[in-house]
Design a protein around this ligand. Structure first.
Ligand code: NDP
Length: 435
């Protein structure tokens, strides 16, 4: 894999965004936590504090990673790694990689998800471990994750250089790019322990569900009851994460796993950004028990579930179409398609099918619309007193618009004239008829 392939944006923009993400994301995570937990969710309050106290103010509120935080992270990570390795699951082959490899996975995500939540709730129910401890040490946990995940990304960088797991690896010749975008596509420990499945799915996505439940329990134990806003938020986030694990083997075909290599961008994001930022609407609701009333609560819940279902159905449609080699029905009809050939980095000619009907005929990345709307619906129970709970929706919108462009550029390079035929047939990138 050459340096050109890594520079997914103009080089200068890539360096600028890399360096700013590396330096700005960690303090942002801490400031978001501080604002949600200690400043009433008010950005203005935190801003005033920082204006008065400057850089020292940030240092003062930055929690030190305590022994309790490390213990919680270590137990959780070891538990998830053990479930990933030991639980039974169907053997699943990933898509052909750029170097022509076919990684093999064990599909035991749903089982791991159920065991995790049942164990967590069981520990609480039987009085063995109270999840409110996690909430009470959240700042220290995020602080430890920031540091620990950074060290983990250095390990990935060194492993990519000295002991790559497959031929899908290599250096761009630039230290920053190698560290940021990663060096290996499928790093593994031994034969079976896939590091990206661990970081992205079993640590990151799983922590989303675990923290959603934690926030619920914290609100319940603080106020003696659960607000309907917290209930709607938690149910929608859990439906989303359940959908994720139900579809986990499909996720192994997406950009995150099949195209983006294991570096700071993906791994640090999944180890720190997902637990802290993705869960933040629930974090806000813990000490803002908004009451929506039955009608509004049900309306938001149904709208959110519908969006999550449509997002799932888009992914399912594409994967079913690929799995059956186009021999399936899409919205009740034979699918319309393009047979697109391409050349792998080893010079072999292969072909892929591109679906051009159903959801994939509306826009090339229509599935991002229900993804963004779903996130809006699990945030809107917070109503509109503060902006911060909406940060995730804004961030997600920027991420997915950028991702659609990155994916289009990659597919254009991969499929050449066939991608142009697709773009002529389906001209909209995300929003049908508008963008
Ligand atoms: P996709 O699942 O859309 O995967 C993109 C790949 O699909 C392309 O690179 C191409 O790969 C193939 N493809 C593109 N067009 C077609 C077509 N018409 N027919 C068949 N195959 C096609 O991308 P994402 O990984 O972005 O999204 C997966 C899911 O994850 C979505 O539900 C998305 O909303 C969600 N997501 C959530 C995020 C979050 O932070 N909450 C972030 C990112 C995604 P190939 O090389 O195989 O042809």
């Amino acid at each position: 894999m050459g340096a050109e392939a890594d520079l997914v944006h103009a080089p200068l923009l890539t360096y600028a965004s890399m360096l700013s993400l590396l330096s700005l994301c960690p303090p942002f995570v801490i400031l978001l936590w501080y604002t949600m937990v200690h400043a009433d969710g008010s950005v203005l309050q935190t801003w005033d504090y920082l204006r008065q106290h400057g850089q020292q103010g940030l240092i003062d509120i930055w929690p030190k990673p305590t022994a309790t935080a490390w213990k919680i992270i270590a137990c959780y990570a070891a538990f998830e790694a053990a479930l990933q390795l030991l639980l039974p699951g169907k053997r699943v082959e990933g898509p052909v990689s750029p170097a022509g490899n076919k990684p093999v996975y064990k599909a035991n995500g749903v089982l791991a998800y159920v065991v995790t939540l049942v164990t967590y709730l069981g520990l609480w129910w039987f009085g063995i471990f109270n999840p409110t401890i996690v909430y009470d040490h959240l700042g220290e946990i995020f602080s430890a994750l920031i540091f620990g995940s950074f060290v983990f990304c250095i390990f990935l960088y060194i492993k990519g250089h000295v002991a790559p797991s497959s031929t899908d690896s290599g250096s761009s010749g630039n230290l920053i790019i190698d560290f940021y975008w990663g060096m290996e596509l499928y790093p593994r420990i031994g034969e079976n322990f896939d590091i990206k499945v661990f970081t992205n799915c079993r640590f990151g996505m799983m922590s989303w569900a675990v923290l959603a439940v934690t926030y619920c329990i914290k609100q319940y134990e603080t106020y003696g009851k659960l607000s309907d806003s917290m209930l709607v938020n938690t149910i929608l986030m859990l439906v989303y994460v359940t959908k994720f694990f139900w579809w986990e083997a499909g996720y192994w075909n997406t950009m995150d796993i099949a195209h983006d290599r294991a570096g700071f961008y993906i791994c640090w994001g999944c180890l720190v950004w997902v637990p802290s930022i993705y869960t933040s609407p629930g974090m806000y609701l813990v000490n803002h028990p908004v009451n929506l009333g039955v009608k509004l609560a049900i309306f938001i819940l149904v709208a959110g579930i519908l969006c999550i279902y449509i997002n799932y159905d888009c992914d399912r449609q594409r994967q079913e179409f690929r799995r059956t080699n186009g021999k399936c029905l899409v919205w009740g009809k034979a699918p319309s398609k393009i047979v697109a050939s391409y050349t792998t980095t080893t010079g072999q000619t292969k072909s892929s099918l591109l679906l051009t009907s159903g959801w994939w005929g509306l826009a090339r990345h229509f599935h991002y619309v229900p993804e963004i709307l779903g996130a809006f619906f699990w945030t809107v129970p917070a109503l509109f007193d503060h902006f911060l709970p909406y940060f995730y929706v804004v961030f997600l919108t920027i991420l997915l618009f950028d991702r659609a462009k990155r994916d289009d550029d990659r597919c254009k390079t991969k499929y050449g004239k066939y991608w142009k035929v697709y773009c002529d047939k389906v001209p909209s990138r995300i929003i049908p008829g508008i963008y």
